[in-house]
Design a protein around this ligand. Structure first.
Ligand code: ZN
Length: 467
């Protein structure tokens, strides 16, 4: 993997344009657990980055679950006695409770009331509600609109939907690397017009897949996009053996809010996934919230189930549950922004980059430190190193190894060289060296490359890896 981990402004501007275009195109599309909206969304993402779209038929058994029927909405509205549409699915797809069964009836307010959902504490917002596994129907509307309804009137309910055998749609891309170590990058595609949860995750997933597809890789990466819960379970059921070999990964969710970055830990808390995310945060001096593992959340609960136990973390920006607009119409494109999405994309890339750089090396001179000067790896003047170290200490007293490329002066590099040689025992991975030394991992990686070129170090490949 190229060492230019700090990507430039041009890269950032291009990715922000990509994210904005995809977010604006995908936002209005009505997605649910199944259906044409998911297919259409995945096909749009396919034009941006190639991946495979798969289908699992309704009725397929997946462990304890069954793939549900496919749901199609043609029309859905609530009208007053004069025929005025008070809420209309075509105005905002959040108005209809997901998986509502067909209804065509007139009814009084009392009969209608249990089917109306609103939020008293966010009176202008339309909430998002689903009823996937219980046959039901309902409308979601702003609380202030609910209060304005005439309680003595008769209302017309039209829900022209269809539930029939079809399939559950998912996306998948397997990026092979040189090593058999495989990591999982997963997101979900079942939410309608909600921007942070989880259109932002869907778009970041595609941007990350494109970045990772374009560069040489040591590890293998499995990118999947599934409807939440049943989609993850169905995928696990159909790929059971392969999934048991996965080392760890990330569930990409809620990545483009205006608030602070966050990290939800894996169920282990100190897995290599947690450690690369933490190092990334620390090397950037980033302010972020740490969330301990919780069974409530997204698909990490499925991937980390007892039989699979894949440690899954989540790097987020305005985590689900934590922001006021969560699962409401106010989680829109004013709230979730492409600029924020690209900042979070950078954190995912830097974390994956650390997984790529996390190699073991063996020193070819294990009995003593090799003479570096002979090989041009040591400044000719000893005083120079001290001077650079003094500069470094003065300029970066709080963060001595701040990731600023121009600061990778000989002093820092020499430190990195010494740390890498010291741990050149063939069993200590570079992430451990980074944690113990405080040196940025990219600097250690660069030092290891130079030492390997000078024939002072060799990489120890994991079992089964090609050269
Ligand atoms: Zn959600």
């Amino acid at each position: 993997m190229p060492a230019n981990v700090i990507r430039g402004q041009e890269w950032e501007a291009e990715r922000t344009d990509d994210a904005r275009r995809l977010m604006e195109t995908l936002f209005p599309i009505h997605r649910s657990l199944t259906g044409e909206g998911v297919r259409k969304s995945l096909r749009i993402l396919q034009d941006y980055v190639p991946f495979k779209i798969g289908e699992i038929a309704s009725g397929t058994s997946c462990f304890d679950w069954t793939v549900p029927e496919e749901w199609t909405v043609r029309e859905a509205y609530l009208a007053d006695p004069s025929g005025n549409r008070l809420v209309d699915f075509h105005q905002n797809n959040l108005h209809l409770v997901h998986y509502s069964v067909p209804v065509n009836a007139e009814m009084g307010f009392e009969e209608l009331r249990p089917h109306l959902h609103s939020l008293a504490d966010l009176p202008q917002a339309i909430p998002y509600r689903t009823s996937y596994y219980e046959r039901n129907w309902g409308f979601c509307l702003p609380h202030e609109q609910l209060l304005s309804l005439d309680r003595s009137a008769t209302y017309r309910v039209v829900i022209d939907t269809e539930l029939k055998d079809g399939s559950l749609t998912y996306g998948e891309s397997l990026l092979a690397g040189r090593s058999p170590q495989e990591y999982l990058l997963s997101t979900y595609c079942c939410h309608p017009s909600l921007a942070n949860d989880n259109l932002s995750g869907l778009v970041l997933w595609a941007l990350l897949l494109r970045e990772m597809s374009a560069q040489p890789r040591r590890n293998s990466y499995r990118f999947i996009v599934v409807p939440e819960t049943v989609g993850a379970i169905a995928y696990l059921a159909r790929n059971e053996e392969a999934m048991r070999r996965i080392q760890g990964g990330f569930v990409i969710s809620t990545v483009a809010g205006p608030g602070r970055f966050g990290y939800k830990q894996t169920f282990l808390g100190d897995d290599v996934i947690d450690r690369v995310a933490r190092r990334t945060k620390e090397e950037l001096g980033l302010d972020s919230i740490s969330y301990p593992f919780d069974v409530n959340g997204s698909d990490e609960r499925q991937f980390s189930a007892p039989h699979f136990r894949i440690p899954m973390g989540t790097i987020c920006k305005d985590k689900y549950y934590e922001y006021e607009y969560y699962h409401t119409s106010l989680d829109n494109l004013d709230f979730a922004r492409p600029e924020a999405l690209v900042q979070t994309l950078r954190l995912y890339l830097l974390s994956l980059e650390k997984l790529e750089m996390n190699r073991c090396y063996r020193s070819r001179s294990p009995k003593s430190e090799p003479m570096l000067g002979r090989r041009g790896l040591y400044p000719a003047m000893g005083g120079l190193i001290k001077q650079k170290a003094a500069d470094r200490d003065r300029d970066h007293a709080d963060r001595p190894y701040a990731v600023s490329e121009e600061r990778s002066v000989m002093g820092n590099e020499l430190d990195a060289i010494r740390w890498v040689l010291f741990y050149g025992d063939g069993v200590t991975p570079l992430l451990d060296v980074a944690e113990r030394s405080g040196c940025p991992m990219a600097l250690l990686h660069q030092a290891a490359q130079r030492l390997a070129e000078a024939d002072l170090l060799e990489e120890v490949l994991p079992d089964g890896a090609g050269s």
